[in-house]
Ligand binder design. Structure first.
Ligand SMILES: [Zn+2]
Length: 206
């Protein structure tokens, strides 16, 4: 049987779009509270949906028949429920929008690994974070004041202010990125992708 800690559950919104990945415990909790249903899929077809009661019945049958198909289970010795691979939410608002973490990697992602001064797309190791208003001139370390910059442009700009002073404004006015659902760009390493998710998410080569 698959170790529980390794299991992740794909969460779909009411429009059946992938929006999140959650823990088995969270998934079972949402099912129990009737906030979600199990999507029974083998990766090539959807065989139906289950609420908590019907999934519990289904789990019992599959566990007895030893046809768990790699799904882990949770519960006590007398009652066990299979950890679903995919759930679909019954309402839109179960997962609050989260702020995107302010990290170097996420700043690069927001700017699409593109220098905001010369417009060239680069590898992460050839990029820096530039403070539009330099820190030593009172510029804050916030989304609105940082951009992705290539090392050359970053050096050229140095500690100068944008505009008159250095002749450089970022191509796009920097702002905090919006948290987006996983959506069409949702990609997982093919080696670790749960095959049952393949109707909803795209694998990428390992
Ligand atoms: Zn540049």
């Amino acid at each position: 049987m698959v170790a529980l800690c390794q299991k992740r559950v794909l969460v779909l919104n009411r429009l059946w779009q992938p929006i999140h990945i959650c823990s088995p415990r969270r998934a079972i909790g949402l099912l129990y509270l009737d906030h979600a249903q199990v999507v029974d899929s083998d990766g090539s077809a959807i065989h139906g949906t289950h609420d908590f009661r019907s999934w519990l019945k289904e789990s019992t049958v599959r566990i007895r028949a030893k046809k768990t198909d790699g799904l882990a289970s949770m519960g006590s010795t007398s009652i066990r429920v299979l950890v679903p691979s995919i759930i679909v939410l019954s309402a839109f608002d179960r997962f609050p929008k989260r702020d995107v973490k302010f990290t170097r990697e996420n700043i690069f992602r927001r700017d699409d690994f593109t220098c905001q001064y010369c417009g060239q797309q680069k590898e992460p190791e050839d990029l820096n974070i530039d403070h539009v208003i330099p820190r030593n001139k009172g510029g804050a370390n916030v989304w609105e004041n940082v951009v992705c910059s290539c090392i050359l442009c970053n050096t050229r700009k140095g500690n100068k202010l944008p505009g008159k002073d250095s002749g450089t404004f970022p191509i796009r006015k920097p702002k905090a990125p919006l948290w987006r659902p996983l959506g069409a760009n949702c990609q997982f390493n093919a080696a670790t992708l749960d095959q049952r998710w393949s109707l909803f998410v795209q694998p990428v080569a390992a």
